[in-house]
Design a protein around this ligand. Structure first.
Ligand code: AHR
Length: 542
């Protein structure tokens, strides 16, 4: 990570005097949105001093929308075929064609929303290919992902059936890149027209589903600056307006999410908000974390990496904070009421493909490092809860930073899955402002706060804390002062492992799995604990 980016992050620190913290640290703050100001990031503390945290439990912030824990499933590799959908005739246990092990595991983490069918795939997808008798559906080539046959056996009805089984909200991305507004409009009508009202509603019934489905989010194309059509922002925004105008739900509220920027493409955000800001409900942000981010050809391996790549990965992923802050500031100019959400609908790690796999399938192992990435990002989304109302990790099963890996009938839960499980109380909770003064974790040219914290008041009324120690070599004590709450005790869970690349595989599925954390002490409104090296601790205060 270049020093400049670290500097930018530090310049966004909220300058609030903390007990015992030198005023010399209280540098002048750049003007920030109120909520961002109220949600501080780490200020440096000397090594050995431990981290000092204040949680303003009496200053409730925005709701952490449950859909921030959304998942992305694309027609890509074994993300759907084999990973979710095996068909009714499969020897793999299934419920109407959906793997029962995968369904159960996803239900257990309360997946709130699923995005489908892409990604890049979406802008080549024609919805009529995926309805009607499966044996009559056309076989095509998946030109984006591995050049394999796409038999369209997973289509609209299969997606909706999957979401319904999970009890998840639906996010459907229409084809803007190679499709027409008429095609998109008819797909929306097919999905949402009330039973029996139109020819498309009757066609849906003839295909087995009488009632309208709810489409909670409609993606208006994907990555229009790249695989979605290589467009200029002005052209993409005009097309977005055209598609938005003609996609009208017959049932339910359907929020329209425009194809937004990647990383630090602030010009894209400026143009989209200027031209389309009044017509859309959300702007997508995509950001993938790579250990080596100079070229896409050399990202670094998922396992067996040196400590320098542990450090660079965590450093890079923390750029999410800066990207959200700066895109939000641009959005504030056009949308001061913060009506339009920033939807981080693709995020997570992207490594070199697992050795021996089809490089177009984006298969990679998932280690303790990925768990750290997940936890850091969820802490960042919590900090920005007022603008980030939805997110989708890429991707749910077998692709990139997956929750679950499958191989034939076998399935394993990844460390990232366990982070989503531990953070479940964040879904729908109220974000609480936190101040963190932490020692720095330093490796080569990386220097990042060793401790990241988020706090919420859950829908259960309790305060929950997430404490992440990214330092792979040192435990760090933390002292957490609680304003406005005086709990009697705390229970918790910890996720850690001996090796930085510790992971779960089919032979050893429980190498990285949460265990009880009994090291938190609570006294007079203060919580103290020592966070082991490279650990994630989630506490519930009682
Ligand atoms: O998630 C994999 C791909 O990454 C998606 O299809 C695309 O939107 C992004 O570039």
């Amino acid at each position: 990570m270049p020093a400049a980016s670290t500097q930018t992050r530090e310049s966004s620190i909220r300058k609030r005097a903390l007990p015992g913290l030198s005023l010399a640290l209280a540098l002048a703050a750049a003007p920030l949105p109120a909520q961002a100001q109220a949600q501080a990031q780490a200020q440096p503390r000397a090594a050995g001093e431990g981290a000092v945290v204040t949680v303003e439990a009496d200053q409730p912030g925005a709701q952490v929308h449950p859909d921030v824990f959304g998942q992305f499933m694309e027609h890509l590799g074994t993300g759907i075929y084999g990973g979710v959908w095996v068909g009714e005739d499969s020897p793999i246990p299934n419920d109407g064609g959906y793997r029962t092990d995968v369904l159960q595991a996803l239900k257990d983490i309360n997946v709130p929303m699923v995005r489908w069918p892409g990604g890049c795939f979406a802008d080549e997808y024609h919805w009529r290919d995926g309805i009607g008798p499966r044996e009559d559906r056309p076989v095509k080539i998946n030109t984006n992902w591995g050049g394999v046959n796409e038999d369209n056996s997973f289509g609209t009805h299969e997606f909706m059936g999957f979401a319904q089984r999970l009890g998840a909200r639906t996010y459907v991305s229409v084809n803007l890149g190679s499709g027409t507004p008429a095609e998109a409009s008819q797909w929306v009508e097919y999905m949402t027209a009330p039973a029996g009202t139109t020819a498309l509603a009757r066609e849906r019934a003839a295909n087995g589903h009488e009632d309208a489905w709810t489409v909670d989010y409609l993606g208006i194309g994907n990555e229009l600056w790249g695989c979605g059509g290589n467009m200029r922002a002005e052209y993409a925004a005009d097309l977005t307006n055209r598609f938005v105008t003609f996609t009208k739900p017959g049932t339910g509220e359907m929020l329209k999410i425009a194809s937004g920027p990647s990383d630090s493409n602030y010009e894209w955000t400026e143009t989209m908000m200027k031209i389309s800001g009044k017509l859309i409900d959300g702007l997508a942000l995509h950001f993938y974390t790579r250990p080596r981010d100079a070229t896409w050809e050399d990202k670094g391996p998922a396992l067996g990496f040196p400590e320098s790549e542990w450090a660079s990965t965590l450093d890079h992923t923390m750029e999410m904070d800066e990207f959200i802050t700066r895109h939000s500031a641009i959005m504030d100019k056009y949308d001061p009421e913060q009506r339009v959400m920033l939807a981080v609908d693709e995020w997570g790690t992207w490594y070199d493909p697992a050795p021996g796999t089809n490089p177009g399938f984006l298969q990679q192992q998932n280690s303790l490092r990925d768990a750290m990435v997940a936890a850091l990002n969820i802490n960042i989304f919590t900090k920005h809860a007022e603008r980030v109302k939805m997110a989708a990790i890429a991707q749910m099963v077998n692709v990139l930073q997956a929750m679950l890996l499958t191989d034939g009938p076998r399935m394993v839960k990844t460390p990232t899955y366990h982070v989503f499980d531990m953070y479940e109380p964040w879904q729908g909770a109220t974000a609480l402002p936190v101040d963190v003064a932490a020692p720095m974790y330093e490796k080569d040219d990386v220097s990042i706060p060793a401790v990241s914290v988020s706090a919420v008041r859950g829908t259960d009324g309790q305060v929950h804390l997430a404490l992440v120690n990214v330092d792979p070599n040192n435990a760090h004590p933390v002292t957490i002062a609680l304003d406005g709450v005086n709990p009697a005790g705390a229970t918790g869970r910890i996720l850690t492992a001996r090796a930085m690349d510790a992971h779960n595989d089919f032979e050893n599925p429980e190498v990285v799995t949460p265990t009880a954390f009994t090291g938190a002490r609570v006294s007079r409104g203060t919580v103290t604990a020592t966070l082991p090296a490279k650990s994630i601790v989630v506490l519930q205060l009682r």
